[in-house]
Design a protein around this ligand. Sequence first.
Ligand SMILES: C[S@@+](CC[C@H](N)C(=O)[O-])C[C@H]1O[C@@H](n2cnc3c(N)ncnc32)[C@H](O)[C@@H]1O
Length: 139
Amino acid sequence: MECRLPSGEVWGEAVLGGWHRVIFGDSRSMREVKDGSVHLVVTSPPYPMIELWDKQFRALDKRIDALWVQMEDERDEWERACIASRIYDLMHENLAKTWGEVYRVLVDGGIACINVGRIKERRRHLPALSKPREDSRGV
Ligand SMILES: C[S@@+](CC[C@H](N)C(=O)[O-])C[C@H]1O[C@@H](n2cnc3c(N)ncnc32)[C@H](O)[C@@H]1O
C-alpha cells in the first residue's frame, strides 16, 4: 500500500508492508470482517450533537430525522430539550451498533481505541467521553 503526501513524498510502504484490503462501508455492520480476527481497532467516530455530524446521523436513522423535524417545530424550551435528549440517545444507539461489531471482530485481548472529544453544547457538557465506555460495557 502506498500513500503519497501532497509534497510528493511517498510513505507507508515500509510500515504497511504486505497485503491490505480497504473496505468502504458502514461500520454498524462489518460483514466482511470475521469474528475474532482483529487485534487493534482505531477509530474516531462522529460525535453526537456536534453540528458537523447531525446531518449524517439524520441520514443514517429515520427516527433521528423525524425527531429533529419535531424539535425544530417545538416552541416549548423544555419539550425541545426532551426531544434533544431522545435524539442524543438514538445517536448513541447507532454508535453502539458499531461498538457491538468492534467487540465481535476483536480477538480475545484485542484493543479498541476510540477517539472522542469533549463536547460543550448549549452551555452543557455532554458525556461524550464516558458514553462509549458505558455502551461498550453492555456489549
Ligand atoms: C469524527 S470523523 C473522523 C474523521 C477521520 N478521523 C479523518 O481524519 O478523516 C467521523 C467519520 O466517521 C464517518 N462515519 C460516520 N458514520 C459512519 C458509519 N456508520 N460507518 C463508517 N463511517 C462512518 C464519517 O463519515 C466521518 O468521516
